[in-house]
Design a protein. Structure first.
Length: 314
């Protein structure tokens, strides 16, 4: 496993990290029992993974993770969790709800501190209110030693052009230790502003869902490329209609999924790439993909030329 520094946090994080959300939620959707979930987490540790990301919104993931890490020395792993600040009626929550949620997360994770506490899915139109109403409570939690670093995740499905991260990096970069974004083969737009600014300002970037939605599904991928061709976003003769990314399978790259992980980790602004799975075999394959976290230079250049200008949830 390779390791990188997570911006100004100074944390030495594994290039592959384990997420507990997405379609599987540590196997909750598949009906996995705790012993299987613990085996998955322990496999991640054996592979060298040291960053685990979760959220109060991922079902029982926090509690499952806390039980899976029981008796593992706390200094050997890094915990990141998230809190969604929009309760019912669409209003921004009361700061007391944030404090209560962090206390609950500490109990569920069975720890006395959270390494990275994140606002979950900040939208640009709510950014100012989050900073004014909720950020001071996060600072107090940090002063109390209950959290170490403060970050946020973007809501990529609603903000594929990364407007919220751009606003944060331009207006108040000193507030943020980490930002969680989506960057991958089909979603490269973060390289326009977010990644260069984050590197300049020392903000750690966690890459989420880089190989999720359409890239790993052959039918969805074919449909997306056909749509982009019809729209003129991709030249009609640039890629074959069938298996449009099959040309990436060379020089040891065995699948489009593996190519996706390599591309997602290759950018110097990315500290770690999240993978979410309920399968030990998939976890091991994704870790193996990052033993050499880059594609041939000409393939990376071609991908950037093809898709680098597209800002779309894919």
């Amino acid at each position: 496993m390779q390791y990188r520094t997570l911006g100004r946090t100074g944390l030495n994080v594994s290039l592959l990290s384990l997420g507990t959300g997405g379609p599987s939620k540590l196997g909750q959707e598949a009906g996995l029992e705790q012993r299987d979930q613990t085996a998955l987490v322990r496999c991640a540790l054996d592979l060298g993974v040291n960053l685990f990301d979760t959220s109060v919104g991922y079902g029982e993931s926090e509690a499952i993770l806390g039980r899976a890490l029981k008796d593992v020395p706390r200094e050997t792993y890094i915990l990141a969790t998230k809190w969604r600040y929009q309760p019912k009626e669409g209003r921004v929550a009361d700061p007391a709800e944030l404090v209560a949620s962090v206390e609950r997360s500490l109990r569920r994770l069975d720890t006395d501190h959270i390494d990275i506490m994140q606002f979950h899915g900040i939208l640009v139109e709510e950014y100012a209110e989050v900073i004014e109403s909720l950020y001071p409570a996060m600072t107090r939690l940090k002063d109390d030693g209950k959290i170490r670093f403060i970050g946020f995740s973007e809501q990529f499905s609603a903000d594929p052009a990364h407007k919220a991260p751009v606003l944060a990096l331009k207006d108040s970069p000193g507030l943020w230790d980490t930002i969680m974004i989506k960057y991958g083969i089909l979603n490269q737009f973060a390289d326009k502003e977010v990644l260069p600014m984050a590197m300049e300002q020392g903000i750690g970037i966690i890459n989420m869902a880089a190989v999720r939605v359409k890239l790993p599904d052959p039918d969805l991928l074919v449909g997306l490329i056909a749509e982009w061709k019809a729209r003129g976003d991709v030249p009609a003769d640039a890629l074959p209609d069938s298996d449009p990314l099959g040309w990436l399978l060379r020089d040891g790259t065995r699948s489009v999924i593996e190519a996706g992980y390599k591309f997602a980790a290759d950018h110097p602004g990315i500290a770690t790439v999240l993978t979410g799975t309920a399968s030990i075999a998939h976890l091991e394959a994704n870790a193996a993909a990052l033993y050499e976290p880059r594609l041939p230079e000409e393939d990376t250049a071609r991908l950037r030329q093809l898709f680098g200008q597209i800002a779309e949830y894919a």
